[in-house]
Design a protein around this ligand. Sequence first.
Ligand SMILES: [Zn+2]
Length: 307
Amino acid sequence: MTGWINISGGGSVRLTAVRVGILMPAVPAAVLGFTLACSIAHAAGPPLPNSRPVVIDLAPVTDQDQPSDEEQLPEEDQVGTEQPEKPVLEKQAEQKLPEPRPVLPAPVAPEPPAPVRQAKPAFDLAKAKQCERELRKLNAKFTVTGPITGDGQCGWPRAVKLTSLARNVKIKGDIRVRCELALALARWSKEVMVPSAKLHLGKAPKAVRIDTSYQCRRRNNAKTGKLSEHAFANGVDVMGFVFPDDQIFNVAVRSGSANAERAFQAAVRGGSCAYFTTVLGPMTNASHADHFHFDLAVRRGGYRLCQ
Ligand SMILES: [Zn+2]
């Protein structure tokens, strides 16, 4: 298609055909004007004859400009089907197809993490007391308990029993942990959990539901193997949250399309990785399908596990 545009104004128009194609109707007038203006060389001198019309080639889009149907089909639709003899015109169209895109190299699998050695965290009385001061500043409610004793390496010299993480966020359940873990939980509550709930659900939880905190056992309740961080009062399982209307939010496998609950849980999980050195949950495996496991495991090289 060819169109004619008259330009008045006395400038000489040095014009080459402007190819617009099918996008022409969508081109804003200002853009078109700018484009054309760039093609205008103003002559400073004697008046020039009437400007010539601008020729705009609105060439129709041919089949070659459009992606072929085959490019838009999923691969499985193109494999293993017997093709009948194609008409001559279709064969010609295939010959005109552009070169296939280069095949990108397969992504290289990430290197497995270096083996890490996990040890029981070291107890430091001065640090424990400092931690308790920090915890009070956050308005957490707790009592300092005596040592937790257990078989073998289980236990911890000085623990805290938490009843609330902040003025408005209580603990539902029984939690006795080393102060550093309680402090991490209080900070996570204030800086991640409450803001995420307000953002995604429009309300702040009044309580966090806790299941296991201290427990003298091996990882995954196995009969052999390393002790769980729970055995050092250094791990806690968060089951969910309670809102002011007594509605309970359970940590759970949440798949499917995005919704506010799923976004809230994802935000809580993602943010927790900044406060704990181990984060496990419904995305990890079936044994964590209904809770988040947080701990402050000490690993060589500061390695963190966030899943
Ligand atoms: Zn756990």
